[in-house]
Design a protein around this ligand. Structure first.
Ligand code: 4AD
Ligand code: MG
Length: 466
């Protein structure tokens, strides 16, 4: 449908052609002499208006109610100029075939249903305008991400999902356990038998074949190993955080984009983050016009202006100390009081991005490179309006002795990071990178307020249905 209606003349140059449309019935209006079916195939927001007279083949299925909202159909007809004002062309139906009927209980009958309600119908919500548009923009952002890095000589690395190390050292990890059926009988029994662990059917071991293992919180450490061999690399994959927070910006499972640059410092890192963000934002503005207009009208007025600002304007760079000073000078009553050394909370980020402007770092992880002052690190966050922290990055500590001291200070085991320390033992180089939360980028680009609406199947505390 996008192919037919997406051009400048909205399909007029194809008038007279015989076409087949396959999709799902959005609405159906039966009038005395003619029936209108709005069909959508997900290629764009546009429906194909299919106009049917009683002499069309298959009309009886419409008349009997077999073809109803939510049903999938195959329609053949001639494209004609439309009488209506809503579209330039419509399909004059010659034949309709019901592919799959829709039970009358179909939950998305009404034009507008709340996003909260749709979260409980995650399997059907892509059939709505909002979620179809979010899915297409998310796809465009993923495509532009690969395009940007590939065009700039980066190599894509798949980092592991199961790992023994905790990149952020925050202990917010999900543990991997192994389910080992202890007998043939158990192996053959359906999965529903698993809770019966006590009767000896299943042996729950608290680990990954005898060793502790977790779901990764970040692919950074693995990316560093490849950056110190291939120079510029990036990861793009799922990451997991066991933080028990129910906010509109946190998921237990989210996708992260993590470039890592060798022979690079924090300035190079910030330049890369800025160029990347401007590139993907421009790509979406240029390639998702119809969806962006939709968001601008229905989701967040001004989202297009906000995106244009990011694509065109310079980012404000600010040191941590200056950000703290700015917050202190604001003389505002924050829920979390501000003082030098504290981690910035979302209320502070919002103040900086929405009332002051942009950019600043957070509490230091073990791998961040110590600055000459001995008390700060070469780290940065990129903050954007509406979302707050979109990117966190740093120059990595490439000096073996500094890194070992830092691990000791934080009581992290040097033994388990032996391979990471090896990178500093054999041909170490200054290097830097960042991580961008992909769902926060989708939120930023579409204006959807809740991060649960920026990913097809959100995983938050207590919700892993679908
Ligand atoms: O700031 P974070 O924790 O940094 C890292 O993980 C580094 N290892 C990245 C690197 O330098 N390679 O996370 C990076 C970004 C955040 O800025 C945020 O956008 C996103 O990941 N993020 C989350 N997104 C959704 N849900 C969560 N629970 C998130 N936690 C972090
Ligand atoms: Mg961070």
């Amino acid at each position: 449908i996008a192919d037919i209606k997406g051009g400048h003349d909205e399909g007029l140059n194809r008038v007279g052609q015989t076409l087949v449309v396959m999709g799902w019935v959005r609405t159906l209006r039966v009038q005395s002499s003619v029936t209108f079916l709005e069909v959508n195939d997900g290629s764009s927001l546009s429906n194909m208006q299919c106009v049917m007279n009683s002499d069309a083949e298959g009309y009886d299925q419409v008349e009997s109610g077999l073809i109803s909202t939510g049903a999938s159909i195959w329609v053949q007809g001639t494209l004609v100029a439309s009488q209506g004002s809503k579209q330039k062309v419509e399909l004059k139906v010659e034949k309709v075939v019901l592919v799959g009927k829709s039970d009358p209980s179909y939950p998305i009958q009404k034009k507008r249903v709340s996003r909260e309600f749709l979260r409980t119908k995650a399997h059907l919500r892509p059939r709505t305008n909002t979620f179809g548009a979010v899915a297409r923009v998310r796809n465009a952002l993923a495509y532009a991400t690969h395009k940007f890095f590939q065009e700039n000589g980066f190599v894509w690395i798949s980092s592991p999902i199961i790992t023994a190390s905790d990149c952020e050292g925050a202990g917010e990890q999900f543990c991997v356990t192994t389910l080992i059926p202890s007998s043939r009988e158990a192996a053959d029994s359906p999965v529903t038998a698993i809770p019966n662990t006590k009767d000896g059917l299943i042996d729950w071991s608290q680990d990954f074949f005898g060793k502790p293992a977790f779901l990764t919180v970040s692919g950074q450490l693995n990316a560093e190993t490849y950056a110190t061999a291939l120079t510029d690399v990036y990861t793009f994959g799922p990451t997991f955080r066991a933080e028990n927070s129910n906010t509109s910006r946190h998921l237990a499972e989210f996708w992260m984009i993590e470039p890592e640059l060798a022979f690079a410092d924090l300035d190079d890192d910030m330049a890369c983050a800025t160029a990347y963000l401007q590139y993907v934002v421009r790509h979406v503005l240029d390639n998702c016009k119809e969806d962006m207009e939709f968001f601008n009208t229905w989701i967040e007025k001004g989202v297009i202006d906000r995106m244009n600002d990011v694509a065109e304007k310079d980012f404000v760079q600010m040191t941590y100390t200056d950000a703290i000073e700015l917050l202190l000078e604001a003389n505002k009553k924050f829920e979390f009081p501000v003082k030098w050394g504290c981690d910035l909370q979302s209320e502070h980020e919002r103040y900086i991005t929405e009332q002051a402007f942009n950019g600043c770092p957070e509490i230091k992880a073990f791998y961040m490179r110590e600055n000459d002052d001995g008390k700060t690190v070469a780290a940065m966050d990129m903050l954007v309006p509406r979302v707050g922290e979109l990117i966190g990055g740093s120059q990595r500590e490439e000096r073996l002795d500094y890194l070992e001291n830092r691990l000791d200070e934080l009581k992290l085991s040097k033994e388990s990071y032996w391979w990471y320390l090896d990178l500093r033992r054999y041909g170490s180089v200054p290097h830097a990178g960042f991580g961008l939360g992909f769902e926060r980028l989708v939120q930023f680009a579409t204006g959807v307020e809740n991060i649960r609406d920026a990913i097809p199947f959100p995983r938050t505390p207590g919700s892993a249905e679908f």
